[in-house]
Structures are given as structure tokens and as C-alpha cells.
Write a protein that binds this ligand. Sequence first.
Ligand code: AN7
Length: 336
Amino acid sequence: MSGLIERYRDRLPFAADDPVVTLGEGGTPLVHAPHLSARVDAEVWLKLDGTNPTGSFKDRGMTCAVSAAVREGAKAVICASTGNTAASAAAYAARAGLTCAVIVPEGKIAAGKLAQALMHGARVIALRGNFDQALTLVRALTDRHPIALVNSVNHFRLEGQKTAAFEIIEQLDELDALSIPVGNAGNITAYHRGFGELGIAPRLFGFQAEGAAPLVIGKKVDQPETIASAIRIGNPARWEEAMEAMTASRGMVRAVSDSEILAAYRLLAAREGVFCEPASAASVAGLLRYGAGGARRVACVLTGHGLKDPDTALNQAGGVIPCEPNLGAVEEAVLG
Ligand code: AN7
């Protein structure tokens, strides 16, 4: 399967003979959600962007950011990350033969993401601080050293991520609203750009975790906290653009609690058969709490795969049933 750059080259800043670093990202499923549709009285669709090669939407942006870095002759890339950007940067850098460093908040990224970054050979730096501090530090570092910054402050990241908007409209033709988790606010900005290039403006519903909701309260959060570690961000880099995207599309930005996020996370897995990570479930939690606002057709962006965060899953799920290896015991265990 070809990657995004090949598929959308006419709408991306890449020429025919530019180097392309791809893992076959994009082209992710958009599936109807019957249970949710009934609950919110709208036609709800789920964009399964956790099915990208490293398990999150970040791959859409990373194929572009790393390809551009190679074109510019970079030898090394770096990012600050709550986990998924780190995993994606590490994978694409490995593919391209670049050195990669990632700075993550110590003890605050999901196990799968850490395993990925390490396996792909990135230098993983555990900062005794939060994501916002990590981003400030990598920005200062890349001002002083010739290392390409691949956070979503990088223009190419948003270019790649806007392709998800193209894919949704290719499948549905029309969309009234998009529901999406917001952390550093790059992805919502990218969707706005993608829809804009198609000449449409579905309402953008952005959802933040209550303990990390700077856009909702209108000021920075110094010590963001949430179970949804991917969006544990208190000072989004794309703050103004995200607010502009929501205002221009007659959307909204609202907060959902950790318990609402976890309820949506369990419901998606148990009723729709879709396992996403907690941050992704914020898009569904928001829809369940605030409703579809009169929208007839809504797409929820499920940004990361559930396997990223096995610890939260095991804490939320029921336990296993121990069993002796004989038929009677198995009968009892299976039939209850
Ligand atoms: C699963 O990896 O910021 O609003 O450093 O991993 O574009 O930041 C991750 C963000 C939503 C929020 N869902 O997207 C990082 C990082 C998942 C994420 C978001 C993230 P943005």
C-alpha cells in the first residue's frame, strides 16, 4: 500500500523526485458506530487512526516531517512528546537512517509508546517535568543545534495530518461535525486546514480532559493532570489556530472528566468493538456529554490504538477466570 505522500502529492509540499520516507500510513478505516448513533441521535462514524503503522495519527504528519528533514539534509530529529509523537518519530527516523531523540515526561507515558521508542532505537530522555516544559526545552535546543524539530509546530506535520480530512470526505461526501481530542492542538488545526482545502467547514468539536483544559478555561494550566496521558498538556503550541478553527466552523471546545473518558473508552471497546487509547475516547465522551448539537452526521477521531496503554486497559477491564485443566472446571469457567 502506498503512503500519504504518494496518494496526495498534488496537495502536499512534495515534488515528484523528493525523497519519501513512508511506512504505508493513512487510508485508515472509517466505521459506522450503531450503538453511539442511537445514544446521541445522530449518524456517528469512527475514524480509526490508531490503525496507522505505529498505532496513532502521528504517522500522517511524521511521514511528511521526516521526508522533509531528509530532503533538507538533516542527520537527526527530535521531539518532545506525551508518547505517540515519540513512537512515530522513532519509527520514521529508523526507517530513514536518522538519529532520533525524544524527550518525554518521566513516568507519564503509556508503556506501549515507551517500548516503541526504545525498540526503534531512539535516545529516550525522561524529563523530570511535564510535556510543556519538554517542548520549551526542545525548541531552545533546536535553535542552538542543527536537529530537525518534528513536533506539530513543524509545518510539514500539519500538512500530513490534514489528509485525514480528505479521507473522511472521500468516503462520506458530507459531514456536519467532527469530534476530536485536543492536546497540543495540532490535529484539530490540521483537520480545519484539510476541510478548508476542500471548501467545506464541518463544525469542529474539540474536547480536552478536565484537568488539562487550557483552551476551555482560557489560560495555561501549569500542572495538567489526566488519566489520558497523551493529552496531559497545559499550554498547547497551536492555541490560537485551534481556537480560530473552532470559531470559524461554529464549533466548540469543552472539557470531559477522566471518568467520562474512561466510560467512553470502555463503551467503545465493549459495544462498538473498537479499542482506542483513553485520550482518543475523549472525542466520544464529549459527544455523549454535550450531544451532537443538531449535527446529523458526526465523525469521531480515534487518534491512538488501545494497545498503546495496556496498563489502563487492565485496570479498567474485568479480571481473568483461573481454571484447572479438566473438563468440569472448564465447563464451569466457560458457562458460569
Ligand atoms: C492519542 O505524542 O502531543 O491536539 O506528544 O497522542 O494534535 O496534540 C499526542 C497527542 C490526541 C492530541 N490523541 O493531539 C504527543 C502528543 C492522542 C495523542 C492527541 C495526542 P494534538
